[in-house]
Write a protein that binds this ligand. Sequence first.
Ligand SMILES: O=P(O)(O)OC[C@H]1O[C@](O)(CO)[C@@H](O)[C@@H]1O
Length: 548
Amino acid sequence: MEKIIEALKEEAILARKRSIKSLFNSGADRIDLFTAEHGSFKIDYSKQNISSQGWSLLLDYYYKSKIDHKIHALFSGKPVNVTENRPALHFALRAPKDVRSLPKHSSIVADVHDELEAMALIVRKIRKRKWRGYSGKAITNIVSLGVGGSELGPLLVCDALQEIGSSIGDSIKLHFVSSMDGTQISQLLEVLDPERTLFIISSKSFTTVDTFYNVNTALKWLTSYSGSIELAKNHHFIGVSASQEKMEAWGIRKENQLIFWNWVGGRFSLWSTIGLPIAIKYGMDVFYELLEGGYEMDFHFKNSTPESCLPTVLALISFWNSSFLEISANAVLPYDGRLKLLPNYLSQLEMESNGKAVSVNGTEVRFKTSPIIWGELGPNAQHAFYQLLHQGTQDVSCDFISTVKRYHNGARPDVEADFLYQQQSLSLANCFAQSSVLAFGDIFAEKEEINPHKRYRGNQPSTTLLIEELTPRILGSLIALYEHKTYVLSCLWDINPFDQWGVELGKSISEEALRAIHEPNYRNKFDDSTKWLLTQVSDWSSKDDTNK
Ligand SMILES: O=P(O)(O)OC[C@H]1O[C@](O)(CO)[C@@H](O)[C@@H]1O
């Protein structure tokens, strides 16, 4: 193992000195070596700064680290979440009813399907406009209250599937509220009709303060119209959580409760009842298609060799860039407006999972782990931060993502269909042009007389993921692809991707800070900077009071 790591380090020294262009001139068939495909996906990673020698070393590392055993441990329900001593079974959420592949957890798939059926009942009632508010009027607006994994997945999918046509349309509107500062909820409450508004409390723990401050505001608002907390709770709140007891204690009516399980990590939960907003918006059939797509990717992941396994290929590239080339930024750049929320979603998935410095056995990780993942729609980012990618001093690895078939073959009857088709070609052309310029720079790069302000240095590595077209099934596969990439990365780094202790301390200190805003004596607990900030709040607030 040590030998492979040393060889990879040597390889990285060479890589830092060479250009990506030189790899293309070396005579090797990079397209043959560095492209992969499966189903509706094709990946070109030839523009990464990796040689064939480096790639074989990465594969050696994969085999020596026994990643296949770790994948087997995941799928056989071993407690891979070691710090919480539980399995991570999110893949079971998308398994067809007849699958019996989890010996130790034999009833899980049946439980999952029972809960999907409970969800289907709720979905049908809402979509058929039979869900009535406290005054008997049908619900027309649904507000999902949740944050992090309890929001980002459903939000991504609801947004991405907008063109598929079977949505509930405008008869029922769906809104998402997550921010604790009240901006979203206050703006919504100004325009919503309390008699026709239904809230979904989406929270695995059913304790997250961000969500519950929004819940309290919503409940207060509803009660002020209904005149009764009970009426408000019974007719206007659905709970989705892994804690039935907490839903019970809050007062969610039994038939308004949907559960999922502690073995589903929050950021892996969109396949569970947390996906309720997706099912409400597009119907259960679409939700099942999404699950099928996820399941197909699970099958590919379990049954392919690492060289041909898309999640593994993406993981090995990320491992190489972060841990050996020490490229600490990864931009996710979709060239399809329907995937505009994918960068946000992946930021949580990868950074909350793999933003760790301690290995499974508690010792310090020997590599740099997750890069900073951020992004934006590629075409818009071209006019925002691409300047830094092209001419800045930072190395950034880019993931270009583009859908190929869109507005094609009369897929749209509109008069503007031809123009939309041209827009799609324009978007693809931009995607390919950007990755080419980033890798190879300007064609005059070797000539010294060129104006230095106009030079493109090139050598910025990228991977391009081409998606045949965007359907619910393919979207499901796409999301599962990134879940598995995240898992393989965690195995390469030997860390637990399924806990998130790093966010816990911040949560408890916020409670102290909240107390200190109102109680000056309590501020002494804090450092001078924080004390000063807390004092400014009361200074400005007291000026407000004296001006009244
Ligand atoms: O679903 P919950 O329990 O409200 O948690 C929301 C989010 O908070 C976190 O626990 C930490 O931010 C995420 O992992 C999770 O998705």
